[in-house]
Structures are given as structure tokens and as C-alpha cells.
Write a protein that binds this ligand. Structure first.
Ligand SMILES: Cc1cc2nc3c(=O)[nH]c(=O)nc-3n(C[C@H](O)[C@H](O)[C@H](O)COP(=O)(O)OP(=O)(O)OC[C@H]3O[C@@H](n4cnc5c(N)ncnc54)[C@H](O)[C@@H]3O)c2cc1C
Length: 240
């Protein structure tokens, strides 16, 4: 399978995750098994009504499995074309795409790892974490932290899933943090970078992966560098 090949994918499942965000599952047509590495993205292509062809990248949020199915975690961007087109698709409709692309993937050897995401930046980490915890040989008992920032509790995508994963694996430390929590919220408050020092300080031989919008990615990279981290231990993917 070549990444430059154009595929057609059919939407088989569309689930709202919040007011503006959806979990979408697609079947890749014409292939038995769609191969990719957890963390990679796909390039979706769609003509606008005026004929202009638009392409946009979306991270795969499901783990690689032995089927032709994959999933996206997609946020509607105000006045954006592709995000609204995909979120507006009905089950059974089809779309063109190319891929998989990208090297935002787990770098061997496996180390203790901090995953830092905001919003739909969770997508590649859901793929990686589901893949890692599918087999002990993949996570090797390493300590894995997920620091996940959102505004409101209702926006914590896949919250129950990550809670269950943390309940089953003592080496998985799940820390959602809210920038606009209500009074009842018992968890962390504030931005992800306000909680990163606690996890990252004094640790060596740890990898960090950061995914989300440019401002958040840069704030966390700068913080890790100020803690003396080697920049080669920090990998990131920016969505804007
Ligand atoms: C490698 C990669 C992976 C990505 N994976 C995902 C993913 O898994 N889920 C997801 O929802 N998005 C993801 N994105 C973002 C996505 O590619 C689009 O940029 C986004 O959906 C907007 O596209 P659009 O055509 O709807 O809007 P556009 O017409 O491109 O943009 C409309 C307006 O919104 C601003 N804007 C652009 N992107 C964003 C954004 N992400 N958030 C807020 N404002 C924005 C633009 O500056 C512009 O003003 C990813 C981006 C990259 C580079």
C-alpha cells in the first residue's frame, strides 16, 4: 500500500463527543487491512462547491488492528470547510483520502513517556495508548502519563475509556485538567503546562509527546527545555 494512493472511505459510525466534536469511524474500501502506525494521520480531499479542492490532515484516533476500519476525533472549526464537511457526513457517505503519513509515532526503545494533549490533540494518543495496552510486550511496564487539557468536564473526550484504562493498568497515570471547571470538579484545574513540572521535573530517560494547537505545544516544549530536558526527547504535532 503506497501512501500516495488515493483511497475511498465510507462513514460507518458517527458519535457526538461534545457540542462541536465527533468520533467518526470509517471503512477503507477495497482493502482487507488498513496498515498504519499509531500516531499517523490521513490527508482528506474534498472539492468545495466552487470546485476548489481542499485537503486537510486528520490524525487516526484508533489503534492499528487487523481490519480496514479506522476512526477520527474531529472538531468543527468555525467557518472551516473540511471539518464541517466531515462532521456533517451521514453514515454510508464516502470521502477520498491519502495516507497514512507522518512520523509522530512512538520512538523505540520504549521508555517512560508523558503524553500531553488538549482538545482533539488526544487523537494520536488514543491510538498509541490503545495499541500500547493491547499487549504487555508493547508497553513493557513503562510508566505512562496522559495529561489532557480541556475547558469543561463535558469536553473530556474518551474520559470513561481512559479512566477504565487507568483502573486496569497501574503504570498508566491519567490526569485530565480543566481550564473552566465548575465547582464540583474534583480533578486538576488550569492548563496542562501548570501540571507538567510535577510530572517531568527530575526525570531522565523519559520521552514526551505533545499534540494540539501551536500555542500550547510551544508552551510545553519551552517548559520542558527550561527543566533541562534534551529537545530530542520531546516530539510534537501541531494542528494549526
Ligand atoms: C498533522 C495534523 C493532524 C490533525 N489532526 C486533527 C484531528 O485529529 N482532529 C481535528 O479536529 N483536527 C486535526 N487537524 C486540524 C485539521 O487539519 C484542520 O486544520 C481543521 O479541521 C480546520 O480545517 P477546516 O478546513 O475546517 O478549516 P480552515 O478553512 O482550514 O480554517 C478555518 C479557520 O480556522 C483556523 N484553524 C485552522 N485549523 C484550526 C484548528 N485545528 N483549530 C482551530 N482553528 C483552526 C484557520 O486559521 C482559519 O482561520 C490536524 C492538523 C494537522 C496538521
Amino acid at each position: 500500500m503506497s501512501p500516495s494512493q488515493t483511497f475511498t472511505a465510507r462513514l460507518v459510525c458517527s458519535v457526538p463527543l461534545s457540542e462541536f466534536t465527533k468520533h467518526l469511524e470509517f471503512d477503507m474500501l477495497g482493502v482487507k487491512r488498513f496498515s498504519f502506525v499509531a500516531g499517523q494521520w490521513l490527508s482528506f480531499r474534498q472539492p468545495k462547491p466552487d470546485g476548489e479542492e481542499i485537503t486537510r490532515a486528520y490524525s487516526i484516533c484508533s489503534p492499528p488492528v487487523d481490519t480496514n476500519r479506522f476512526a477520527l476525533c474531529l472538531n468543527r472549526v468555525q467557518d472551516g470547510f473540511m471539518s464541517n464537511f466531515l462532521c456533517g457526513m451521514k453514515e454510508g457517505e464516502e470521502v477520498s483520502l491519502q495516507g497514512p503519513f507522518g512520523d509522530f509515532i512512538l520512538r523505540p526503545p520504549m521508555r517512560d513517556t508523558i503524553f500531553i494533549a488538549t482538545g482533539t490533540g488526544i487523537a494520536p494518543f488514543r491510538s498509541m495508548l490503545q495499541w500500547l495496552f493491547a499487549d504487555e510486550a508493547q508497553h513493557q511496564g513503562k510508566q505512562l502519563w496522559l495529561l489532557f487539557g480541556n475547558r469543561y468536564e463535558r469536553d473530556i473526550y474518551y474520559h470513561d475509556e481512559f479512566m477504565r484504562l487507568a483502573g486496569r493498568h497501574s503504570n498508566f497515570h491519567y490526569s485530565p485538567t480543566l481550564s473552566r471547571p465548575d465547582e464540583e470538579w474534583q480533578g486538576l484545574r488550569g492548563y496542562v503546562q501548570q501540571h507538567l513540572t510535577e510530572i517531568a521535573q527530575g526525570r531522565s530517560d523519559v520521552h514526551a509527546y505533545i499534540c494540539g494547537l501551536d500555542k500550547m505545544v510551544e508552551a510545553n516544549r519551552e517548559l520542558l527545555k527550561s527543566l533541562g530536558w534534551d529537545r530530542r526527547s520531546i516530539r510534537y504535532e501541531k494542528y494549526d
